[in-house]
Design a protein around this ligand. Structure first.
Ligand SMILES: Cc1ncc(COP(=O)(O)O)c(C=O)c1O
Length: 367
């Protein structure tokens, strides 16, 4: 909570799982702006976990949110607050998912949305969403870090714009509900480890806030260790962690196949460092080839198709092998669906065999 006493009745009886199920733990009132966010499946791993000897590996499939990523949790709460405050134009800089989510929730609320994207660095499917929901989209030269700086200068210069990047505290409040949900889905149990991708580092701070509050409110008696995962080509926080540095040095030209976490100057690095330190966790970096492999494995071995960034936690399991006790309960957060990040999957329609008749179809498909 931003302010106020511990909420009562955090887990109401009945009702379907959703972000606003936890209304008493959120600093917003009034009618929610909702598209049915939250209540995503926590899937017990059938093959990947056992391949590492992990009995209790779970995948929290945040790709099943309304626009296909965890961003919807925070956006629902931020747009609810924005509408009550009389905001008119909601703006964000985005690597893609935030823009899709903002545009959808602004439409739902009857507000305008404006999106600033790094030119050429956003997955096509995510932009398709922003355009379809009616956002005004502007490209800027450079990477996400440049887009965010320009967006914040725009907000400083004109009060018409209401910023909804993850520095907006309502975004963090909404995103923290994933922790409350995981706790409930595990049968009111705190996992031993939560592993999640880290870009701008808003989400790791939000996840930590959720668990910390559950403990502070006397609901849960423990805390998980948080493991933040960055792509090796965009890993300023992992670098600071591995070198034991107190502050994070920005990276100039971050590069990775995982476009959602291609961020060199993470705004919330201090909160991320605190979350990792306080939880006794760590921040690791994984190579792109491991991310691509993990993505394929998640699809083929678990039936969960994620975008590249969202495969980073599963890619990190190899590094964590030997560091995590085998009887731990581990939750990997699959932050977004693969459906809108298709550039990263290598296939071509005309390279697929073409059946000209029944015989050739049978021949081509026989095992
Ligand atoms: C799919 C996905 N995963 C992870 C992240 C990283 O979240 P954060 O920037 O809050 O660290 C993002 C951010 O855009 C994302 O879209």
């Amino acid at each position: 909570m931003i302010k106020g006493p511990p909420p009562t009745d955090i887990f109401p009886r009945g009702g379907s799982p959703s972000v606003f199920r936890y209304m008493s733990a959120l600093p917003v009132r009034g009618e929610p702006v909702s598209l049915g966010e939250g209540g995503t499946p926590l899937l017990a791993s059938r093959r990947i976990g056992p391949s590492f000897g992990l009995r209790d590996l779970y995948i929290k499939n945040e790709g099943q949110n309304p626009t296909g990523s965890f961003k919807d949790r925070g956006m629902a709460v931020a747009v609810t607050a924005a509408r009550r405050s009389g905001a008119r134009v909601l703006v964000c800089a985005s690597t893609g998912n935030t823009s899709a989510s903002l545009a959808a929730y602004a439409s739902r609320a009857g507000l305008e949305s404006a999106v600033v994207i790094p030119d050429g660095k956003v997955a096509q499917g995510k932009l398709t969403q922003a355009v379809a929901y009616g956002a005004k989209v502007v490209r800027v030269a450079g990477g996400f870090d440049d887009a965010l700086k320009m967006t914040l200068r725009l907000v400083a210069r004109s009060r018409v714009f209401y910023p909804v990047n993850s520095i907006n505290p309502y975004r963090i409040e909404g995103q923290k509900t994933v922790s409350l949900e995981v706790y409930e889905q595990l049968g009111r149990k705190v996992p031993d480890y939560v592993v999640l991708p880290v870009g701008n580092a808003g989400n790791i701070s939000a996840v930590w806030k959720g668990f910390r509050e559950l403990k502070a409110w006397g609901v849960a008696d423990g805390l998980p260790r948080l493991v933040g995962v960055q792509a090796a080509g965009a890993a300023p926080i992992a670098e600071a962690y591995s070198k034991g540095l107190g502050s994070v040095r920005p990276w100039e030209n971050p590069e990775t196949v995982a476009s959602a976490i291609r961020i060199g100057n993470p705004v919330s690095w201090k909160k991320a460092q605190a979350a990792v330190r306080e939880s006794g966790g760590m921040v690791v970096a994984v190579e792109d080839r491991e991310i691509v492999r993990a993505r394929e494995e998640m699809s083929r071995k678990e039936g969960v198709f994620v975008e590249a960034a969202s495969a980073a936690p599963v890619a990190a399991l190899k590094l964590l092998d030997g560091m995590i006790p085998k009887d731990s309960t581990v939750v990997c957060i699959a932050t977004g669906t693969g459906l809108k990040d298709q550039e990263a999957v290598d296939w071509k329609m005309d390279s697929m065999p073409l059946a000209s008749d029944d015989d050739s179809l049978a021949r081509l498909l026989s095992p």
